[in-house]
Design a protein around this ligand. Structure first.
Ligand code: NOJ
Length: 490
């Protein structure tokens, strides 16, 4: 090697090729002449596409003891030693309860026209049911007014995991239909009070996660490891809570409120794009989501789900299935990572799931495998399987290390890489007519990332949790540019 490519020789070669490159256009093209092929038209999202960001109450609000808020299962859980990786809790979190005006300012800087936040059930009904707290909605009144004054439409989530502790203590939380009914009562109350300003409501956030991780694996609050039959019943009760809430909001709220869940759909992707595999991925989408999305959209548990659950299948009545499948206006999909790469199979129900190789790449969170095509296939398959006409990507984003550079800035190029690629695939879906109407980036700012605490950062704005200082990362500029031009670039 030495001598073959000395530095000098390399510099010479590089210099020569630079000359050659710059000479090429002059030779083949007259000055001022138009290039032969026009540059590719920049890929845009449909007109009126809704760009937003998302957060949730417990992850950002803090002020857990203010204005009569009751405690939630996450307050209890986060205070138990060893449950949160970095030993933190969300007693203060982003102190958004007091800093919401500054935070609405961050939204304005991004140019987004929509903001998805959640209402804390224990602020509104400190015990989950019974008498509402007279001050319970005051904070949200202030937040809504501030959003609307800044031209930002509020998209509210009713349940982002902060179940009132009292419901857990008295009824075992979602183990009981009492909680489903209390949720509906709370939902109707909120819609009645805020429905003059909130026109889009997400009922439950990520049912699949809070049921399986909270009641099955003991990873999330309330930290229970219950038998599968009980877990299936918990999921059924959550679906029932969703359906009862839809009915209560329609009854008490205004007619123009649009409703749907925000679900971490089991994301199925054809491993290789062939007609057989695509069909298999459709079947997988229906079956792998049989316990929640499919039952609320189809009004029945699939045969395969019931056969697989056997004696552990949830007990249910025909009337409950009717309530669960009350008509909704949209489906919100939280899309982060491919979950199942699928191929066609001869045997019932018609698909096989491939194992992930150990070398499959992931982002800073280990579960966050990188599969940009998920943002294309998942909405496409969901729209096909359930004949949907309105889908929101209710969450998408990534954590990153987000180190401060010597100049004090945060060059989160990995987050930009992730977002650019997912958004390009989402644009591919909308260009083909998949009815995705909006996108909510998780998250506006770093916040309390549940069991991972404060050090898994998902924000476009960095938050110093000691000083509460918010600093835009490079990805905030990236997203501002996406919003401004209604496209992600290639
Ligand atoms: C989904 C959850 O809804 C949200 O609360 C969480 O922070 C993000 N995923 C990132 O894990």
């Amino acid at each position: 090697m030495p001598g073959k490519f000395s530095r000098r020789r390399f510099a010479k070669l590089a210099g020569l090729s630079a000359v050659a490159m710059s000479a090429t256009p002059a030779k083949s093209q007259k000055r001022g002449a138009k290039p032969k092929s026009a540059p590719r038209a920049a890929a845009r999202f449909p007109n009126g596409f809704v760009w937003g960001t998302a957060t949730s109450a417990y992850q950002i609000e803090g002020a857990v003891l203010e204005d009569g808020r009751g405690s939630s299962i996450w307050d209890t859980f986060a205070h138990q030693p060893g449950k949160i990786e970095d030993g933190s809790n969300a007693d203060q979190a982003n102190d958004h309860f007091h800093r919401y005006k500054e935070d609405v300012g961050l939204l304005r800087e991004l140019g987004v026209k929509a903001y998805r936040f959640s209402v804390a059930w224990p602020r509104v009904f400190p015990d989950g049911d019974g008498a509402p707290n007279p001050k319970g909605l005051d904070f949200y009144d202030r937040l809504l007014d501030e959003l609307l004054a800044n031209g930002i439409s509020p998209y509210a989530t009713l349940y982002h995991w902060d179940l009132p502790q009292s419901l857990q203590d008295r009824f075992g939380g979602w183990q009981s239909g009492e909680t489903s009914r209390a949720f509906a009562n709370y939902a109707g109350y909120v819609a009645g009070r805020l429905g003059d300003r909130v026109k889009t409501i997400f009922t439950l956030n990520e049912c699949a996660r809070f049921v399986d991780f909270g009641y099955g694996a003991g990873i999330d609050a309330p930290g229970l490891k219950l038998p599968q039959a009980v877990v299936n019943q918990v999921r059924h009760n959550a679906a029932l809570g969703h359906g009862l809430a839809v009915q209560a909001i329609r009854a008490k709220g205004r007619a123009d409120i649009k409703l749907g869940p925000a679900e971490n759909i089991a994301a199925c992707v054809p491993a290789i794009d062939t007609p057989e595999n695509v069909r298999a991925a459709e079947i997988a989408t229906r079956e792998m989501n049989a316990g929640f999305l499919n039952v609320i959209l189809e009004g029945k548990y699939t045969d395969a789900f019931l056969a697989y659950a056997g004696k552990d299948a949830p007990k249910h009545t025909a009337d409950e299935l009717r309530i669960i499948s009350s008509p909704i206006d949209f489906v919100g999909l939280n899309i982060y990572a491919p979950q199942f790469y699928v191929v066609a199979a001869e045997h019932a129900p018609g698909f096989d799931v491939l194992p992930f190789p150990a070398s499959f790449p992931h982002m800073n969170s280990e579960w966050l495998r990188i599969g940009p095509e998920t943002a294309y296939w998942v909405p496409r398959l969901a729209a096909k399987v359930w004949n949907l006409d309105t889908i929101y990507i209710s969450e998408n984003g990534t954590s990153a290390v987000d180190q401060l550079a010597p100049d004090g800035k945060i060059y989160d190029l990995d987050r930009i890489m992730y977002l650019r690629n997912y958004l390009a695939q989402l644009q591919r879906a909308t260009a083909e007519g998949v009815p995705v109407r909006g996108y909510f980036l998780w998250s506006l700012m770093d916040n309390f990332e549940w069991i991972y605490g404060l050090e898994k950062r998902f924000g476009l704005y960095h938050v110093d949790f000691k000083t509460q200082r918010r600093t835009p990362k490079l990805s905030a500029s990236f997203y501002r540019n996406v919003v401004a031009r209604n496209g992600a670039g290639a």
